[in-house]
Ligand binder design. Structure first.
Ligand SMILES: Nc1ncnc2c1ncn2[C@@H]1O[C@H](COP(=O)(O)OP(=O)(O)OP(=O)(O)O)[C@@H](O)[C@H]1O
Length: 338
């Protein structure tokens, strides 16, 4: 079932949590709402679910106006942040919960629970209690419970929230595979750009109750619509156009700030055309990449990321003199606050 929000707004007192949002989500897609804390992601998710009613605007589900439909009528599966399973019920009973309150026959419930346990790769653990599972396994049970009612839409609020980095990574891959099999239209909220980049078909970037950009992970990363998106989806150096690293580039004076990703700074040990001198201040090993903090002759500090291979070739040391130039840079039209 596709989703469309049309000019939808929601305020709490004087605070505008969601501000005239327009969004179309295609049936069967997997979408991330990504933004900083307080940007309105959860409120938008709750508006889609029917847990909140909009002050203005309309919500369409499968082409029908659902603005005034109840949560139940919408047939949506919802998994909240830090989802608590019923502690006194087994995993099987937790998954069956939504089916039993819908008076479905015992044999059908049993079959469905077995299918879902298989889907979440926990067959054989149906008689365990939540306390006997790991955090990642519990999160999968929460998803199975939401899927049991065969929802047309699945809404997940910070589904990877309370998990450690390793489990988080496994669960991301697992959610992606689950979606490929189930094809239920899924919207998840996250403030973590890696969650969004690794899992979603499309990312909706939110800021102050509004949508800044909608696009595939590659579009958002490579062609950010504005300075906010560029800074939010990856590390960035922000330099004045007068910085001496741009001495051979002619930026218009209106482009007061220039944005460069750390991997778009070329480092060489000898001087060549268009390079400027810099001094290595600090080196940090990030795994497959090395981060070099560099001081330019004009006092500007920049951060560069280089591959391990390139780093080994250059044999960089702290305090060493190097030569740098930008490989790519971006400017945005000047922002005006109204
Ligand atoms: N029921 C409510 N009453 C009052 N204010 C609320 C309510 N729900 C949300 N807000 C406020 O609306 C703003 C947006 O909240 P929301 O939870 O949608 O943001 P978010 O982007 O999901 O943030 P987070 O990642 O921190 O959950 C916040 O400033 C929050 O305090």
């Amino acid at each position: 079932m596709g989703i469309a929000a049309e000019n939808i707004s929601k305020g709490f007192g004087n605070f505008q949590a969601v501000d005239r949002v327009n969004l179309e989500i295609a049936q069967g897609s997997l979408i991330a709402l990504l933004g900083p804390s307080g940007s309105g992601k959860s409120t938008l998710l709750r508006l889609i679910s029917g847990l909140e009613t909009p002050d203005e605007g309309r919500l369409w589900l499968a082409g029908k106006d659902a603005t005034t439909q109840s949560v139940r009528e919408r047939n949506i599966g919802f998994v909240f942040q830090n989802y608590a399973l019923f502690k006194h019920l087994t995993i099987g009973q937790n998954i069956a919960f939504g089916l039993e309150i819908r008076s479905i026959s015992a044999s059908k419930v049993k079959k469905k629970v077995a299918e879902l346990l298989d889907l979440i790769q926990l067959s054989g653990l149906g008689n365990r209690y939540p306390a006997q599972l790991s955090g990642g396994q519990r999160q999968r049970v929460a998803l199975a419970r939401a899927l049991a009612i065969e929802p047309k839409i699945l809404l997940l609020d910070e589904p990877f929230g309370a998990l450690d980095a390793r489990v988080r990574k496994d669960l991301r891959a697992w959610l992606r595979q689950l979606h490929e099999r189930s094809r239920v239209t899924t919207v998840f909220v996250t403030h973590d750009r890696s969650d969004a980049m690794e899992v979603a078909d499309k990312i909706v970037i939110m800021n102050k109750g509004r949508i800044e950009q909608i696009g595939t992970p590659a579009e958002i990363y490579n062609r950010p619509a504005n300075a906010f998106v560029m800074g939010f989806v990856g590390p960035v150096n922000i330099l004045p156009s007068s910085a001496n690293i741009f001495q051979c580039h002619n930026f218009a004076p209106t482009n007061s700030e220039i944005f460069i990703r750390p991997q778009d700074i070329a480092i060489e040990t000898g001087s060549s055309s268009n390079t400027v001198a810099a001094k290595v201040q600090r080196l940090t090993h990030l795994g497959s990449e090395v981060q070099a903090e560099l001081a330019l002759a004009d006092g500007q500090l920049i951060t560069a990321h280089l591959s391990r291979e390139h780093f080994d070739k250059l044999q960089l040391e702290p305090q060493q003199q190097v030569f740098v130039k930008p490989k790519a840079a971006k400017t945005f039209p000047v922002d005006f606050s109204i």
